[in-house]
Design a protein around this ligand. Structure first.
Ligand code: FEO
Length: 164
């Protein structure tokens, strides 16, 4: 059973959304480099790589199911941010948004009676639990630090030392 046109189109749009996430996180990484927060920049580069992996996993899935990958243009991400807190808030909100996109895809797979795609999407559903948990934790930690520059610098060093 080949992918339905509807699902193929929706997954291609999700590839675009994942690549946009990568683009946005890379822009956030560049912002952190600019304000001399290399640990936060490192965290955002890791996020970028994960988003590329999410996009490629969808890419291979479309190919495997006999579909056609169509790459759409990716909009420019924001360049400037107000603060570390601003980025942390936007990152968590973005992951919540991505979860809602994955849920919609899953609902479409069920509506199309494409059980293979529904099973495939379960990986993303679990991944989003982790993504939301990680970004929420960092947001809460940054919120607790307020605008204390000392605490933020220590946290920056901690993020830079993470080996993952
Ligand atoms: Fe691909 Fe961070 O969700």
């Amino acid at each position: 059973m080949e992918l339905s046109k509807k699902l193929e189109t929706a997954i291609n749009e999700q590839i675009q959304a994942e690549l946009y996430s990568a683009y946005m996180y890379l822009s956030m990484s560049a912002y952190f480099e600019d304000i001399a927060m290399p640990g936060f920049a490192h965290w955002m580069r890791e996020q970028t790589e994960e988003e590329m992996e999410h996009a490629m996993k969808f890419y291979h899935y479309v190919v495997e199911r006999g579909g056609r990958v169509v790459l759409h243009s990716i909009q420019q991400p924001p360049v400037e941010f107000e603060s570390v807190l601003d980025v942390a808030e936007k990152t968590y909100a973005h992951e919540q948004h991505v979860t809602s996109l994955i849920y919609k895809l899953y609902e479409l797979a069920l509506a199309e009676k494409d059980h293979a795609t529904a099973v495939f999407l379960q990986w993303y559903i679990n991944e989003q639990v982790e993504e939301e948990d990680n970004t929420r934790t960092i947001l809460e930690q940054v919120q607790r630090m307020g605008q204390n520059p000392q605490a933020l610098l220590m946290f920056d060093r901690h993020l830079g030392e993470r080996g993952d």
